[in-house]
Design a protein around this ligand. Structure first.
Ligand SMILES: NC(=O)c1ccc[n+]([C@@H]2O[C@H](COP(=O)([O-])OP(=O)(O)OC[C@H]3O[C@@H](n4cnc5c(N)ncnc54)[C@H](OP(=O)(O)O)[C@@H]3O)[C@@H](O)[C@H]2O)c1
Length: 271
Protein backbone atom coordinates (compact mmCIF):
# COMPACT_ATOMS: atom_id res chain seq x y z
CA UNK A 1 0.00 0.00 0.00
CA UNK A 2 1.33 3.46 -0.88
CA UNK A 3 2.15 5.66 2.15
CA UNK A 4 2.53 9.39 2.59
CA UNK A 5 6.03 10.12 3.87
CA UNK A 6 7.40 13.46 4.99
CA UNK A 7 11.23 13.63 5.05
CA UNK A 8 13.12 16.58 6.51
CA UNK A 9 16.52 17.31 4.98
CA UNK A 10 15.58 15.55 1.74
CA UNK A 11 18.08 17.62 -0.28
CA UNK A 12 21.23 15.63 0.43
CA UNK A 13 22.81 12.58 2.03
CA UNK A 14 20.70 9.91 3.71
CA UNK A 15 17.49 11.94 3.37
CA UNK A 16 17.76 12.24 -0.42
CA UNK A 17 18.79 8.58 -0.71
CA UNK A 18 15.76 7.53 1.34
CA UNK A 19 13.49 9.72 -0.78
CA UNK A 20 14.86 7.95 -3.87
CA UNK A 21 14.00 4.53 -2.42
CA UNK A 22 10.49 5.62 -1.50
CA UNK A 23 9.96 7.30 -4.88
CA UNK A 24 11.06 4.13 -6.68
CA UNK A 25 8.15 2.32 -4.97
CA UNK A 26 5.88 5.25 -5.85
CA UNK A 27 5.16 6.25 -2.28
CA UNK A 28 3.81 9.77 -1.83
CA UNK A 29 6.54 12.18 -0.71
CA UNK A 30 6.53 15.47 1.12
CA UNK A 31 10.03 16.89 0.79
CA UNK A 32 11.70 19.46 2.97
CA UNK A 33 14.80 21.57 2.38
CA UNK A 34 16.20 24.91 3.45
CA UNK A 35 17.74 25.87 0.11
CA UNK A 36 15.26 26.37 -2.79
CA UNK A 37 17.80 25.47 -5.50
CA UNK A 38 18.84 22.23 -3.75
CA UNK A 39 15.21 21.33 -3.15
CA UNK A 40 14.40 21.84 -6.84
CA UNK A 41 17.42 19.70 -7.80
CA UNK A 42 16.20 16.93 -5.45
CA UNK A 43 12.72 17.12 -6.98
CA UNK A 44 14.21 16.78 -10.47
CA UNK A 45 16.13 13.65 -9.44
CA UNK A 46 13.06 12.12 -7.81
CA UNK A 47 10.83 12.98 -10.75
CA UNK A 48 13.01 10.70 -12.89
CA UNK A 49 12.53 7.82 -10.46
CA UNK A 50 8.92 8.05 -9.38
CA UNK A 51 6.10 6.61 -11.48
CA UNK A 52 3.47 9.20 -10.61
CA UNK A 53 6.08 11.92 -9.95
CA UNK A 54 4.07 14.05 -7.58
CA UNK A 55 5.81 15.72 -4.65
CA UNK A 56 4.93 18.45 -2.24
CA UNK A 57 7.93 20.52 -1.28
CA UNK A 58 8.43 22.77 1.72
CA UNK A 59 11.19 25.24 2.55
CA UNK A 60 12.11 25.93 6.14
CA UNK A 61 15.21 26.73 8.17
CA UNK A 62 14.99 24.29 11.06
CA UNK A 63 17.38 26.39 13.16
CA UNK A 64 14.60 28.98 13.54
CA UNK A 65 11.73 27.74 15.73
CA UNK A 66 9.18 30.12 14.23
CA UNK A 67 10.08 28.74 10.81
CA UNK A 68 9.61 25.21 12.15
CA UNK A 69 6.16 26.12 13.50
CA UNK A 70 5.35 27.66 10.09
CA UNK A 71 6.45 24.45 8.34
CA UNK A 72 4.14 22.35 10.54
CA UNK A 73 1.27 24.77 9.89
CA UNK A 74 1.84 24.62 6.11
CA UNK A 75 1.82 20.80 6.14
CA UNK A 76 -1.31 20.67 8.28
CA UNK A 77 -3.02 23.10 5.94
CA UNK A 78 -2.19 21.00 2.85
CA UNK A 79 -2.69 17.52 4.36
CA UNK A 80 -5.29 15.92 6.61
CA UNK A 81 -3.21 12.80 7.17
CA UNK A 82 0.39 11.67 7.27
CA UNK A 83 1.67 8.07 7.52
CA UNK A 84 5.38 8.64 8.18
CA UNK A 85 7.54 11.51 9.38
CA UNK A 86 11.29 11.00 9.05
CA UNK A 87 13.09 13.62 11.14
CA UNK A 88 16.32 13.33 9.18
CA UNK A 89 17.70 16.89 8.85
CA UNK A 90 20.77 17.36 10.99
CA UNK A 91 23.91 19.42 11.42
CA UNK A 92 27.35 18.76 12.92
CA UNK A 93 29.42 21.84 12.00
CA UNK A 94 28.28 25.33 11.14
CA UNK A 95 30.16 28.57 10.47
CA UNK A 96 27.58 30.24 12.75
CA UNK A 97 27.03 27.86 15.68
CA UNK A 98 24.45 30.02 17.53
CA UNK A 99 20.94 30.51 16.14
CA UNK A 100 18.72 33.60 16.11
CA UNK A 101 16.93 32.12 19.11
CA UNK A 102 20.27 32.05 20.99
CA UNK A 103 20.60 28.24 20.80
CA UNK A 104 23.46 25.97 19.81
CA UNK A 105 22.54 25.06 16.23
CA UNK A 106 22.98 21.32 16.94
CA UNK A 107 20.39 21.39 19.72
CA UNK A 108 18.10 23.59 17.59
CA UNK A 109 18.16 21.53 14.37
CA UNK A 110 18.87 18.02 15.71
CA UNK A 111 16.76 17.94 18.90
CA UNK A 112 14.28 20.80 19.35
CA UNK A 113 13.05 21.37 15.77
CA UNK A 114 12.05 17.69 15.29
CA UNK A 115 10.37 17.73 18.72
CA UNK A 116 8.28 20.78 17.78
CA UNK A 117 7.51 19.43 14.29
CA UNK A 118 6.44 16.05 15.66
CA UNK A 119 4.23 17.53 18.38
CA UNK A 120 2.49 19.84 15.93
CA UNK A 121 1.94 17.07 13.36
CA UNK A 122 0.73 14.37 15.79
CA UNK A 123 -2.97 15.03 15.03
CA UNK A 124 -2.38 13.99 11.39
CA UNK A 125 -1.30 10.45 12.30
CA UNK A 126 -3.40 7.31 12.65
CA UNK A 127 -2.25 4.82 15.35
CA UNK A 128 -0.42 2.89 12.61
CA UNK A 129 1.73 5.94 11.75
CA UNK A 130 5.48 6.21 12.33
CA UNK A 131 7.86 8.94 13.40
CA UNK A 132 11.46 7.97 12.68
CA UNK A 133 14.09 10.09 14.39
CA UNK A 134 17.71 10.08 13.18
CA UNK A 135 19.82 9.32 16.22
CA UNK A 136 23.50 8.39 16.16
CA UNK A 137 26.10 6.21 17.87
CA UNK A 138 27.44 9.53 19.14
CA UNK A 139 25.42 10.18 22.31
CA UNK A 140 26.60 12.13 25.36
CA UNK A 141 24.89 13.33 28.54
CA UNK A 142 22.96 16.54 27.94
CA UNK A 143 24.10 19.73 29.67
CA UNK A 144 20.71 21.31 30.37
CA UNK A 145 22.05 24.87 30.46
CA UNK A 146 23.74 24.35 27.08
CA UNK A 147 20.45 22.95 25.74
CA UNK A 148 18.78 26.14 26.99
CA UNK A 149 21.35 28.28 25.15
CA UNK A 150 24.04 29.07 27.77
CA UNK A 151 27.75 28.55 27.14
CA UNK A 152 29.56 27.07 24.16
CA UNK A 153 30.28 23.42 23.39
CA UNK A 154 32.71 21.88 20.91
CA UNK A 155 31.16 20.64 17.66
CA UNK A 156 31.46 17.00 18.66
CA UNK A 157 30.03 17.54 22.19
CA UNK A 158 27.13 19.60 20.89
CA UNK A 159 26.38 16.98 18.22
CA UNK A 160 26.53 14.01 20.61
CA UNK A 161 24.43 15.80 23.24
CA UNK A 162 21.87 16.85 20.63
CA UNK A 163 21.51 13.25 19.44
CA UNK A 164 21.01 11.97 22.97
CA UNK A 165 18.41 14.71 23.64
CA UNK A 166 16.56 13.52 20.52
CA UNK A 167 16.82 9.90 21.63
CA UNK A 168 15.51 10.83 25.10
CA UNK A 169 12.40 12.65 23.93
CA UNK A 170 11.80 9.92 21.32
CA UNK A 171 11.72 7.33 24.08
CA UNK A 172 9.41 9.33 26.36
CA UNK A 173 7.03 10.28 23.56
CA UNK A 174 7.19 6.79 22.03
CA UNK A 175 6.32 5.06 25.31
CA UNK A 176 3.50 7.51 26.02
CA UNK A 177 2.00 6.94 22.54
CA UNK A 178 2.47 3.15 22.53
CA UNK A 179 -0.73 1.47 21.33
CA UNK A 180 -2.24 4.86 20.46
CA UNK A 181 0.33 5.75 17.83
CA UNK A 182 2.16 6.93 15.92
CA UNK A 183 5.15 4.74 16.82
CA UNK A 184 8.08 7.02 17.64
CA UNK A 185 11.40 5.27 17.02
CA UNK A 186 14.99 6.52 17.25
CA UNK A 187 17.33 5.02 14.64
CA UNK A 188 21.10 5.21 14.34
CA UNK A 189 21.38 4.76 10.54
CA UNK A 190 24.98 3.38 10.91
CA UNK A 191 28.15 5.32 11.52
CA UNK A 192 30.33 7.03 8.92
CA UNK A 193 27.94 6.91 5.99
CA UNK A 194 29.38 8.99 3.16
CA UNK A 195 27.42 12.25 3.40
CA UNK A 196 28.68 15.83 3.30
CA UNK A 197 28.24 15.93 7.09
CA UNK A 198 30.60 12.99 7.59
CA UNK A 199 33.11 14.37 5.09
CA UNK A 200 33.11 17.78 6.84
CA UNK A 201 33.12 16.37 10.37
CA UNK A 202 35.60 13.51 10.05
CA UNK A 203 37.38 14.08 6.73
CA UNK A 204 36.54 10.56 5.49
CA UNK A 205 34.67 9.46 2.37
CA UNK A 206 32.40 7.18 4.38
CA UNK A 207 30.30 4.13 3.54
CA UNK A 208 27.44 3.70 1.08
CA UNK A 209 24.57 6.05 1.96
CA UNK A 210 22.10 3.35 0.94
CA UNK A 211 22.93 1.50 4.18
CA UNK A 212 21.23 4.37 6.01
CA UNK A 213 18.41 4.75 3.50
CA UNK A 214 17.58 1.04 3.64
CA UNK A 215 17.16 1.04 7.41
CA UNK A 216 15.03 4.19 7.30
CA UNK A 217 12.85 2.60 4.61
CA UNK A 218 12.39 -0.49 6.81
CA UNK A 219 11.77 1.59 9.93
CA UNK A 220 9.16 3.65 8.09
CA UNK A 221 7.26 0.84 6.40
CA UNK A 222 8.06 -2.67 7.56
CA UNK A 223 6.00 -4.66 10.10
CA UNK A 224 9.07 -5.39 12.24
CA UNK A 225 9.04 -1.76 13.48
CA UNK A 226 5.26 -1.50 13.98
CA UNK A 227 5.32 -2.17 17.73
CA UNK A 228 8.72 -0.59 18.45
CA UNK A 229 7.47 2.74 19.77
CA UNK A 230 9.94 4.14 22.30
CA UNK A 231 12.76 1.84 21.19
CA UNK A 232 16.19 2.58 19.73
CA UNK A 233 17.44 0.75 16.64
CA UNK A 234 21.20 0.63 16.20
CA UNK A 235 22.12 -0.07 12.58
CA UNK A 236 25.80 -0.49 13.49
CA UNK A 237 24.78 -3.75 15.18
CA UNK A 238 21.69 -4.24 13.00
CA UNK A 239 19.26 -4.63 15.91
CA UNK A 240 17.20 -2.90 18.57
CA UNK A 241 19.63 -1.97 21.32
CA UNK A 242 20.03 -0.02 24.54
CA UNK A 243 20.63 3.67 23.94
CA UNK A 244 22.83 5.75 26.26
CA UNK A 245 21.75 5.02 29.89
CA UNK A 246 20.37 8.57 30.28
CA UNK A 247 17.68 7.72 27.71
CA UNK A 248 16.48 4.93 30.02
CA UNK A 249 16.23 7.33 32.97
CA UNK A 250 12.68 8.72 32.92
CA UNK A 251 13.53 11.62 35.21
CA UNK A 252 16.45 12.77 33.06
CA UNK A 253 14.26 12.47 29.96
CA UNK A 254 11.61 14.65 31.62
CA UNK A 255 14.25 17.27 32.48
CA UNK A 256 15.37 17.43 28.86
CA UNK A 257 11.76 17.77 27.68
CA UNK A 258 11.01 20.48 30.26
CA UNK A 259 14.07 22.42 29.12
CA UNK A 260 13.07 22.12 25.45
CA UNK A 261 9.53 23.27 26.29
CA UNK A 262 10.93 26.34 28.08
CA UNK A 263 13.20 27.09 25.10
CA UNK A 264 10.24 26.80 22.74
CA UNK A 265 8.01 29.04 24.86
CA UNK A 266 10.71 31.68 24.78
CA UNK A 267 11.49 31.32 21.06
CA UNK A 268 7.89 31.21 19.86
CA UNK A 269 6.73 34.14 21.99
CA UNK A 270 9.59 36.40 20.86
CA UNK A 271 8.66 38.99 18.20
N1 LIG B 1 26.10 10.08 7.83
C1 LIG B 1 26.22 9.35 8.95
O1 LIG B 1 27.11 8.49 9.10
C2 LIG B 1 25.24 9.55 10.07
C3 LIG B 1 25.39 8.77 11.23
C4 LIG B 1 24.49 8.92 12.27
C5 LIG B 1 23.46 9.82 12.14
N2 LIG B 1 23.35 10.59 11.02
C6 LIG B 1 22.23 11.54 10.93
O2 LIG B 1 21.57 11.38 9.68
C7 LIG B 1 20.92 12.60 9.33
C8 LIG B 1 21.23 12.95 7.88
O3 LIG B 1 22.61 13.33 7.83
P1 LIG B 1 23.55 13.12 6.57
O4 LIG B 1 24.70 12.34 7.07
O5 LIG B 1 22.78 12.63 5.42
O6 LIG B 1 24.06 14.62 6.35
P2 LIG B 1 23.86 15.68 5.17
O7 LIG B 1 24.13 15.06 3.85
O8 LIG B 1 24.64 16.86 5.61
O9 LIG B 1 22.29 16.00 5.20
C9 LIG B 1 21.74 16.80 6.20
C10 LIG B 1 20.41 17.33 5.73
O10 LIG B 1 19.89 18.22 6.75
C11 LIG B 1 19.63 19.49 6.17
N3 LIG B 1 19.82 20.57 7.12
C12 LIG B 1 20.92 20.88 7.82
N4 LIG B 1 20.72 22.01 8.55
C13 LIG B 1 19.46 22.42 8.29
C14 LIG B 1 18.67 23.52 8.72
N5 LIG B 1 19.15 24.47 9.54
N6 LIG B 1 17.40 23.63 8.26
C15 LIG B 1 16.92 22.72 7.40
N7 LIG B 1 17.61 21.66 6.95
C16 LIG B 1 18.87 21.51 7.39
C17 LIG B 1 20.62 19.59 5.02
O11 LIG B 1 20.22 20.61 4.12
P3 LIG B 1 21.27 21.13 2.96
O12 LIG B 1 21.18 20.13 1.86
O13 LIG B 1 20.71 22.47 2.61
O14 LIG B 1 22.62 21.20 3.60
C18 LIG B 1 20.53 18.18 4.45
O15 LIG B 1 19.38 18.02 3.67
C19 LIG B 1 21.38 13.63 10.35
O16 LIG B 1 20.40 13.80 11.33
C20 LIG B 1 22.63 13.01 10.94
O17 LIG B 1 22.91 13.48 12.23
C21 LIG B 1 24.21 10.48 9.98
Amino acid sequence: MQKKNFITGATDGIGLETAKMLAAQDHKLLLHGRNPAKLKAAEDILMEISVSGRFDSYISDLSDMKDVAGLAAAIAQDHDTLDVLINNAGVFKSPVPTTRDGLDIRFAVNSIAPYLLTKKLLPLFAPSGRVINLSSAAQASVDLSALAGSGRLSDSSAYAQSKLALTMWSRTMGLSLKGKGPAVIAVNPASFLGSKMVKQAYGVAGKDLRIGAQILYRAALSDEFASASGQYFDNDSGQFAQPHPDALNAQKCEEVIRTMEAVLNRALEKQ
